[in-house]
Design a protein around this ligand. Structure first.
Ligand SMILES: [Fe+2]
Length: 244
């Protein structure tokens, strides 16, 4: 009880980065927010916990969420329109969380990709259960085309069997790593939590993301912000969010 009191007072319920670069806030475009009303509620809450800019990243996955540059930019327009006149101090940008599939490779070939930051970062994910056969080849293609690949939530992939070795291999390939903040609270299970701690201790986390799909997840974030583990991220790693 005393420890909880001490901890909550020591670390405020505020994000240490001003820019969030992974979320699903455009309504009805993927498995994220279901309505504009709930998108605005999420944004208001994100602003309250200290974020100034949200680069939201709807899924682009050919069979489940067939988004395109057009559908995502149209979504951004809608959200900016809805924000007009509302007292929510937050800037919106978009990119995408690209699922590594054939369609992604096609997009890459014609440079039809929504990137983030001046350094052309691409946020990508893979299947949770299987690492694609052509994983390294596609990473190499991204880099050789001048992009910087960011792997979304490496701690959540079940195919990671030797975490230390596998995570360091990603770094060696030139991949930036993005941790889901809520992994630290056990939101994605015990293994994700364990692997998140390994990434933090190895000092190889480059970005942190809310990966927010619905409002309740922002309240989970608030809890994490007060923990020692969250603050350890910044002691052991060079976090690049606010360079975007
Ligand atoms: Fe995501």
């Amino acid at each position: 009880m005393f420890m909880d009191f001490f901890r909550i007072n020591r670390f405020p319920k505020i994000s240490k980065v001003k820019i969030d670069m992974h979320s699903h806030i455009i309504p009805s475009i993927d498995d994220g927010s279901k309505s504009m009303e709930s998108s605005l509620e999420i944004l208001e809450y994100m602003s309250k916990v200290g974020y100034k800019k949200i680069i939201t990243t709807p899924h682009t996955m050919s069979d489940k969420y067939p988004n395109s540059t057009y559908t995502i930019l149209r979504g951004l327009e809608g959200i900016n329109k809805a924000l007009t006149g509302k007292n929510i101090d937050i800037k919106m940008e978009v990119a995408s969380e690209y699922y590594m599939d054939d369609e992604f490779v096609n997009r890459l070939n014609i440079d039809d990709i929504l990137t983030m930051g001046d350094d052309k970062y691409i946020l990508f994910e893979t299947s949770y259960n299987f690492k694609p056969m052509y994983f390294e080849e596609v990473v190499f293609k991204m880099i050789s085309k001048g992009y910087r690949p960011i792997l979304a939530h490496p701690e959540r992939y079940k195919y990671i069997l030797n975490p230390k070795k596998d995570f360091l291999r990603f770094k060696k390939l030139g991949i930036y790593l993005q941790l889901d903040i809520n992994s630290l609270g056990g939101h994605y299970g015990k293994l994700a939590k364990k692997h998140a701690k390994i990434l933090i201790n190895l000092g190889i986390v480059d970005f942190i993301g809310s990966d927010v799909h619905y409002k309740k997840q922002v309240s989970f974030l608030e809890k994490i912000f007060t923990t020692r583990e969250y603050h350890k991220i910044f002691l052991k790693n060079k976090i690049l969010n606010d360079t975007l």
